[in-house]
Design a protein. Structure first.
Length: 197
């Protein structure tokens, strides 16, 4: 229901807020879609304030179910708070550990679609100190298989590399962007997410 409401923007914020109440007891499947929906609805600034109080409950529950989370669900769980500019350091730390330990076993689609979304979410929240995730992206060597938005989003996420340890990886991203004839403007616009890009 949350997913459908966000997809068609068919709920006002007070109606959708009522859907968040049972989430303290939610399972993995019921946490991921509401968080994605929360992020989607935040594209409309009028929804931001009304639903912001739901995020601590949803984020805490998402953190508790992270061990069973799929790559897509992890991306969805990072996406909602990022679009809402809601930063929870405990959740980010848990999500970063999940990526670092699990990403090597992700199927190609998870690397191509979900890893760029997670990196994008961390960068959007200006979450520095998570350069391990860039190490994962570098190790997976998936640059040429990324879609255009994913490539631009990973390049835009360069601020995660505050120490400058991934200059060669960042240069390989730049070369792929040039090869595809994408621009720096495309990289910057990726900050709006794939639907607005």
């Amino acid at each position: 229901m949350c997913w459908a409401a966000a997809r068609i923007h068919g709920c006002n914020s007070s109606q959708l807020a009522a859907l968040w109440q049972p989430l303290a007891f939610a399972t993995r499947q019921t946490v991921e879609c509401p968080k994605w929906a929360r992020g989607q609805l935040s594209l409309d600034p009028s929804n931001k304030q009304d639903l912001r109080e739901a995020l601590p409950v949803v984020v805490e529950r998402a953190r508790l179910v992270l061990p069973q989370t799929t790559p897509q669900a992890l991306a969805n769980c990072c996406w909602g708070p990022a679009f809402s500019d809601y930063c929870d350091d405990v959740f980010l730390e848990a999500a970063a550990k999940k990526v670092a330990t699990d990403a090597a076993g992700w199927k190609p689609a998870g690397c191509r679609l979900d890893l760029p979304s997670v990196l994008w979410a961390f960068a959007r929240l200006s979450a520095t100190g998570y350069s391990d995730m860039l190490h994962v992206a570098e190790r997976l060597s998936m640059i040429d298989r990324l879609g255009d938005w994913g490539l631009c989003a990973v390049a835009w996420s360069k601020q995660l590399d505050a120490s400058g340890n991934f200059l060669a990886f960042r240069r390989s991203l730049e070369l792929e962007i040039e090869c595809r004839q994408l621009s720096e403007e495309d990289v910057q616009r990726s900050s709006m997410g794939p639907e607005k890009w």
